[in-house]
Design a protein around this ligand. Structure first.
Ligand code: ATP
Length: 481
């Protein structure tokens, strides 16, 4: 499902009595998220990321602008009618419910338009199909051991996982006691005979009531079309959806636990399963990893990427962590004060920042920013000319931003000299902490090959020009050279 934001704006009114001015949290945002894409909203605290997400969710009403899901305008639709799944940073699970009931919660009392089927017939046929795997069933049950004894719960869990089936059918397979049968084939044959008889009885009963079903067990009207009904979901249908979502986020083995018996990462996966269980068209994630420790954050973000790619669900992911956004998003929107600064592929944005804010926001260690000037087509840092280009036609003050990996030992005429204070060698690379009179921050950070010989004190460098960006001093917009 494609998402389009048109001139989206949100102003929060101030309070004159408390001298609180109005806040324009989101200002004329125009974004298109393609179907199946994972987009990251990235920016510092207060830049309007969450407000944007909540407007897409329908939890906040825009002051101006429109929100479209595909061809449908949803600006004024309630959250329930938008078909979204929402995950917050604090999981928001119900502590007194099991994981299973937490995931199932959005489905209870939910009325859906569905094609009516003959559940009994489908179940009988499904059971019969599974009995063709009798040896595997026996093997699974015999290996579902807890304290050296076969555990019914574990066996059911493993049967569900193996055959992607539901709890009631897995329980039926366990109760057949195939694992204790003296003659497995004879037991299976007898059961299949009984299932055949049950199937015939169901078909006879349908025929008596003049009801027709297709091959897959869906009920048909007089024109041979599948019958649609609006109703709440049956227990088995809820179970199928819960099992499917749980499989996807890999929490099937925890379904009987309470949320407090899970790690933070597992709880967050439960929250994601709960958001996915209704099969939403759009998944909205608000800083979903911020309560996790560093290792779990990396693991869980990769999980989110996998889940998103498996489901191909259009996803908007809010984060203030550039590393997070860069590693999993197809596209990133960097925001500042409610305004879009740039929208691009993560690497393209790193390689081609449109303005100083984006250049500074992306990259670890951060980009080095110097006060410089353009004079006679040449760029100066202090008295040293670091580059020249005929494209630089206007003499003016500028910012010169150089990525830490943008330096080489001096080669050629355009060099600039830093005062090296500290040298840290880490495997392949050497990090230099240095000073320079034109630096806007405190220290220059340089990463060069560990083979380069450097001593503390003045050190002359050349530049990799594709790692150097020039910005207008006033507008902070990029100047090409
Ligand atoms: P964070 O990363 O800290 O969550 P954010 O980028 O998600 O920040 P928002 O929560 O969208 O930012 O807030 C954007 C701006 O709107 C902030 O200046 C915030 O103070 C303001 N704001 C948010 N909600 C309200 C509100 N209900 N009333 C007034 N101002 C609000």
């Amino acid at each position: 499902m494609e998402i389009t934001l048109k001139h989206l704006t949100k102003a929060f009114p101030g309070d004159a009595k408390k001298n609180m001015p109005d806040t324009i949290a989101v200002n004329d945002l125009n974004i298109q998220v393609k179907d199946g894409e994972l987009i990251g909203l990235l920016g510092p605290s207060g830049c309007g990321k969450s407000t944007t997400l909540y407007m897409i969710a329908g939890l906040k009403q825009p002051t101006d602008g429109e929100i479209w899901f595909g061809d449908e305008e949803v600006t004024h639709l309630s959250p329930e009618k938008r078909g979204i799944g929402l995950v917050f940073q604090n999981y928001a699970l119900y502590p007194h419910l099991t994981v299973y009931d937490n995931v199932a919660f959005p489905l209870t009392n939910l009325k859906v338009l569905t094609e009516e089927k003959c559940h009994k017939l489908i179940a009988v046929r499904h059971k019969r199909e599974l009995l063709s795997h009798a040896e595997e069933i026996v093997d699974i049950i015999k290996h579902a051991l807890y304290k050296n004894k076969i555990s019914k719960e574990l066996a059911i869990q493993k049967l569900i996982a193996k055959f992607k089936t539901i709890t009631s059918i897995a329980s039926y397979l366990f109760k057949l006691k195939l694992h204790t049968a003296k003659d497995l084939q004879a037991t299976v044959d007898k059961e299949i005979e009984s299932l055949n008889a049950q199937e015939q009885k169901i078909l006879d009963s349908l025929a008596k009531k003049n009801k027709k079903v297709d091959e897959e067990g869906f009920l048909l009207d007089e024109n041979g079309q599948r019958i649609q009904v609006k109703r709440t979901l049956r227990k088995d249908e809820i179970d199928a959806l819960v099992q499917e979502a749980s499989r996807l986020v890999m929490i099937s083995e925890y379904l009987a636990r309470k949320p407090s018996e899970l790690s933070g990462g597992q709880q967050q996966r439960v929250a994601i399963a709960r958001a996915l269980v209704k099969k939403p068209k759009v998944l909205l994630l608000d800083e979903p990893l911020s309560n996790l420790d560093a290792r779990l954050r990396i693991q869980t973000r990769e999980e989110i990427r996998r889940i998103q790619q498996e489901t191909k669900i259009t996803t908007v992911f809010v984060t203030h962590d550039q590393d997070e956004a860069m590693s999993i998003c197809d596209d990133i929107v960097v925001m500042k004060d409610g305004v879009e600064m740039q929208k691009d592929h993560p690497q393209a944005m790193y390689d081609n920042p449109k303005n100083l804010f984006v250049a500074k926001f992306l990259g670890v260690p951060p980009i080095n920013v110097f006060e410089g000037k353009i004079k006679d087509h040449k760029v100066y840092l202090g008295t040293e000319c670091i580059l020249e280009s005929e494209k630089l036609t206007e003499d003016k003050d500028i910012y010169v931003a150089i990525r830490p990996e943008g330096f080489l030992p001096a080669n050629g005429k355009n060099v600039f000299t830093i005062n090296v204070k500290e040298i840290i060698t880490q495997g392949r690379d050497k990090s230099l902490i240095a000073e320079h009179g034109s630096m806007t921050g405190e220290q220059v950070k340089v990463i060069i090959d560990s083979d380069v010989k450097v001593d503390v004190g003045p050190f002359a460098l050349s530049l990799r020009l594709n790692k150097v960006f020039l910005f207008d001093h006033e507008s902070e917009e990029r100047i090409e050279f």
